[in-house]
Design a protein around this ligand. Structure first.
Ligand code: PGA
Length: 241
């Protein structure tokens, strides 16, 4: 994992957008996987600008979902599906047949898991954009989980249940999530994990200082044998020596 510090969030965003555009130019049918949440939003906005300018053709990429809260669907503001569609997929003009994401309202989650696992197995992930939870989770891989898993159901940690309320406009009790697992994530050809802002400084310091271990899922990105980049801004780097 290569740590790259940026002076500002805008340089960080520009570099991430440039890299993603490069990947799609070189492989127009690339498979891309994007985290939802606050962190990836500026990068998504940058990609929307590229799409609007027509500088990169995204019409052949495949999109695979990273995670979802169980019990909510696209019509609930704050679900991953809602954020991905409204902030990214719709403005990018992606067609339905380009998109496979988890359905938090599915009556048959094991079929959904199998479908996503098959797709990841068949196509692989060319590019993966990640944020980091306040407890170091990646997607919804929570601290202490077995990292040798494909897509799976997760019991949400106390920290995640507390933090997640920021996404929803009303109080929703959610106990479980669904996420791609580290067996899949670590095989992604290029990974950019982003941490921005002072609130991420403590977890960034832990990730840098600790050896890869499942108690701190983000540290497992150090095990990637492919291109694994850790982009942080000045605020997120503020506790580093
Ligand atoms: P955030 O979420 O980008 O909204 O901080 C990160 C995460 O929990 O993965």
């Amino acid at each position: 994992m290569q740590l790259i510090q940026f002076t500002g969030t805008s340089n960080l965003t520009e570099k991430a957008v440039e890299l993603i555009c490069q990947i799609v130019k070189e492989k127009p049918d690339a498979t891309l996987c994007f985290a939802c949440g606050e962190t990836p939003r500026p990068v998504m906005n940058g990609l929307i600008q590229c799409h609007e300018k027509g500088s990169v053709d995204f019409s052949r990429v495949t999109l695979i979902g990273l995670d979802e809260w169980i019990g909510v669907g696209r019509e609930t503001k704050g679900s991953c599906a809602q954020m991905l569609y409204d902030d990214f997929f719709t403005p990018m003009g992606f067609k339905e047949d380009q998109i496979t994401i988890f359905n938090g309202l599915s009556a048959n989650l094991s079929d959904d898991i199998e479908k996503i696992n098959d797709l990841v197995e068949k196509k692989g992930i060319d590019f993966l954009l990640l944020g980091i939870g306040m407890n170091g989770h990646i997607g919804l891989n929570e601290p202490g989980e077995d990292p040798n898993q494909n897509a799976h159901l997760v019991n949400l940690s106390a920290t995640t249940k507390k933090v997640m309320s920021k996404y929803f406009s009303e109080e929703i009790a959610i106990e479980k999530g669904i996420t791609l697992g580290f067996s899949q994530l670590l095989n992604a050809k290029t990974i950019i994990m982003i941490a921005t802002g002072e609130r991420k400084a403590k977890i960034v310091k832990q990730i840098i200082e600790q050896k890869p271990n499942p108690q701190l899922p983000a540290s497992l990105l150090k095990l990637s044998k492919n291109e694994s980049l850790f982009f942080i801004d000045k605020e997120a780097a503020s506790l580093l020596d």
